[in-house]
Design a protein around this ligand. Structure first.
Ligand code: CMP
Length: 138
């Protein structure tokens, strides 16, 4: 089944000028980009986006980090997109990510791990619509 997922290139990866390489990997991996924009989240927006983690010890640091600079928000489309993209980017912790994955190659640590990816169809829908209106999806 053709699915969509939400991804964003995180602030450290943008700051390190890896946007082009990461997008190229995504496209070469067979994912179609259906929407894309650059956004500088406020602290409140980052808190809302990651609200599911609000009881976790890393929540405050994570939302500080995610509002520290611009991100690149994207909607990707492919067969089995949600699981395939999570496999494609590698484990949350770049040190544990498989060789050749984006997180292994561009992530710095478990927080600054280059990209975010939706973890379920329900969250993909929510996350896509956190950033994009239906008319933004091409
Ligand atoms: P992401 O895929 O964006 O989803 C939640 C984010 O929380 C995750 O990537 C990491 O950036 C961050 N995260 C997850 N686990 C930890 C952790 N143990 N310590 C710090 N940050 C974490």
């Amino acid at each position: 089944m053709v699915e969509r997922t939400y991804t964003m290139i995180k602030p450290e990866c943008v700051e390190n000028k890896h946007i082009g390489e990461v997008i190229s990997r995504i496209e070469q991996g067979g994912f179609r980009i259906r929407a894309m924009k650059m956004v500088h989240l406020t602290k409140q927006e980052a808190q809302a986006f990651y609200a599911v983690h609000k009881e976790r010890p890393f929540y405050n640091d994570l939302t500080d980090f995610m509002s520290s600079g611009p991100i690149v928000a994207m909607v990707l489309e492919k067969e089995n997109c949600i699981k395939d993209y999570r496999d494609f980017i590698g484990s949350t912790n770049p040190a544990e990510a498989a060789e050749g994955t984006i997180r292994r190659d561009f992530g710095a640590d478990i927080q600054c791990n280059c990209v975010h990816a939706s973890d379920s169809p329900e969250n993909a829908e929510k996350e896509i619509h956190f950033f994009f209106a239906d008319r933004d999806l091409v």
